[in-house]
Design a protein around this ligand. Sequence first.
Ligand SMILES: Cc1ncc(COP(=O)(O)O)c(C=O)c1O
Length: 489
Amino acid sequence: MAGSQVVQSVDRMLGSRSLATLLAATAGERPGYRALAQGVRTLLLDGRITLHTRLPAERDLAGALGVSRATVTAAYDLLREGGFAQSRRGSGTWTLLPEGQRPTSVAAFPAGDDVIDLALAAPYAPQAELAAALRAAGGMLTELAASPGYHPYGIPELRAAVAERFTRRGLPTLPDQILITSGAQHAVSLTLGLLGKSGDRVLVENPSYPNGLDAIRGAGLRTAPVPVTADGWDSDLIESTLRQTAPRLAYMIPDFHNPTGAVMPAEQRRRLLDAVRRTGTWLIIDETLSDIALDAAPPAPFASLAQHGEAEQVVTVGSLSKTHWGGLRIGWVRAGSRLITELTQRRVTLDMAGSVLDQLVALHLMKDMDTVLAERLPRLRAQRDALAAALARHLPEWRWELPAGGLSLWVDLGRPMATALARAALDHGVRIEGGARFGADPGTYEHRLRIPFTLPAEVCEEAARRLATALSTDLPASALAPRQPHWVA
Ligand SMILES: Cc1ncc(COP(=O)(O)O)c(C=O)c1O
């Protein structure tokens, strides 16, 4: 029962003018109490208002909206009844989600053969280049085998190659500013483990990369979410959240953000750098998707915009998983050399060092990065367009913004049915995660699916057809309820 939930901490406040601005788009001007409650609920489920946020006092919100206080009182009553808010005398009213709103991941359900796997947004390996790199690596391996083979920082040649690529992209970097890791996820987890301690806060985007969010929670850290929509980031809100919650860390994906595909404009990057300098927040910038630039030039490294010493607070992580192949398990951290040493000391306690053979393969692949991308990017662009066309054909009510890069569409289903649809889709041979998996707060993004375009065009077409069949044949009627759910009626 929502009413029995104990709110651990109510640490964010939403001003009446901010809420009125947010509501203008969803509830319209001078809304009645039902529309007002529905608007708040939509904003909450869409991650644009976060859980445990204190709502404005009734009188203030009434003033900002130009409605009577009774309207706001009735709307807050409705929200409480539905489990979307809780109040305590003297403490105000804050946002909540009902228990039943918590989603299930499809990973918990078995899938048959012949399943189209849309749960992962990861491309296959470039086969010819991989085979050539493996042959070249084999030759070098015999030379290196006359040593113990432990390279906790990574083999020097690969550290130099990664540093050189940062330098070429506009961020002068020395090899001793690079640590080679087993993928970006390893890099993020190592950084969280070194810089955060249990109970610390981490500013995160909402939605965000689920394994990043899990790593944050797994480290005992608390998230402070800020929304990212098709329109991108809200710098004012980021700044006020930084001020209000004073997070120790921030985890951000400014380039072709996963899952929305948004790219943070340069001016917002500068504001973010300024803001974290003021609050002393470490900034983990995840550049895993930076090179998957389909309709735009790949952005320069985020840290290259630092002007006043904030570069020291920026920890950049990257990976070959999206440009080449996740099976390589090669990623990196770029940071100040002292931090790199501390991260490496920590990594030794976890896995000693990475595989030399994998690093040699990566070294050879990186030499030919532009050739791989010249083949890969046009194919991804064509697959993105094929997926969009297939969805438009089979599921004409669904909506999305075509992203300028990245590997997936962030699709608005129009109704909160993603978990039910993901479960039904399994029976029709499609494995896909509902949008809630990407939410910083459980129970949000129930009307979203992230659909990758990493599979060939004909498979995208078949996946869209199967999703449409699952939707029309298997979905419980309750999941197909119209936009106005019964609880406000
Ligand atoms: C934003 C982001 N970060 C990190 C990762 C994990 O990358 P890796 O395979 O290098 O660990 C992914 C993979 O999907 C990702 O999209």
